[in-house]
Design a protein around this ligand. Structure first.
Ligand SMILES: O=C(CO)[C@H](O)[C@H](O)COP(=O)(O)O
Ligand SMILES: [Fe+2]
Length: 222
């Protein structure tokens, strides 16, 4: 089963984002981290920037919303044409209604869980989502170390997906490298976000190829 690699532009040169997209042509999608300085203690950019990126990007946009009140803001990213829009479980008031609103607007609906957030309440609603994002660092910053303590949660999710036959991608985000990607793939992830490991490489496309090859040998079919 192929592994999907989504580089995060959090580690790209913000003054040259369009040309940075040209350095990751081998990626499956570009991961766009939206931070509001409230849900996480960092600020990136918002809907206007994402809309412009959508216009110039040769890759689909995988939007990761680290913001308060996604119920209000997330549908706008779907309307802008994002391929997937992932909001945090800890921030959403009505996760199922919001997921449906995203799908109605043509986006894949994603649910993200911080490292300390249990997955159990969401296992009954996997059909409502197209991807579950298991954060492997505390959200807010790139370049942090992968937290192996999040892997049992991923294993439980992968078991539930296998058991129910739900068509859900399992994404990990944070501290993914050529080494840690093996651990996450073994635990059941099939979609991998990598920021610093890709954009800090001399040739980002080579780093993508390396991550893909490492993960592909470990990714399980659902
Ligand atoms: O959501 C994120 C941080 O909250 C980023 O997507 C993530 O940290 C990617 O960066 P790196 O691969 O360097 O850890
Ligand atoms: Fe992210």
């Amino acid at each position: 089963m192929p592994a999907r690699i989504n580089p995060s532009i959090l580690s790209a040169d913000f003054a040259n984002l369009e040309s940075e997209l040209g350095r990751i042509r081998g990626a499956d999608a570009v991961h766009v981290d939206i931070m509001d300085n409230h849900f996480v203690p960092n600020l990136t950019f918002g809907l206007q920037m994402a809309t412009r990126l959508q216009q110039v990007s040769p890759l689909p946009l995988d939007v990761h919303l680290m913001i308060d009140d996604p119920d209000r803001w997330a549908p706008g990213y779907a309307e802008a044409g994002a391929f997937s829009v992932t909001f945090h479980a800890e921030a959403a008031q009505e996760p199922i209604a919001l997921a449906r609103a995203l799908r109605e607007r043509g986006a894949r609906a994603g649910l993200a869980l911080k490292p300390g957030t249990p997955v159990e309440p969401y296992l009954e609603m996997l059909d409502e989502f197209d991807q579950i994002l298991v954060m492997t660092v505390e959200p807010g910053f790139g370049g942090q170390s992968f937290m192996p303590s999040t892997m049992p949660k991923l294993t439980r999710l992968a078991d539930a997906v296998r058991r129910t036959g739900a068509d859900v991608w399992l994404q990990v985000d944070g501290g993914i490298t050529a080494e840690t990607i093996l651990v996450a793939a073994e635990a059941g992830a099939d979609t991998f976000v990598a920021g610093s490991a890709v954009f800090n490489a001399d040739v980002p496309d080579d780093a993508i190829a390396g991550l893909r090859a490492a993960a592909a040998s470990h990714v399980h079919g659902h």
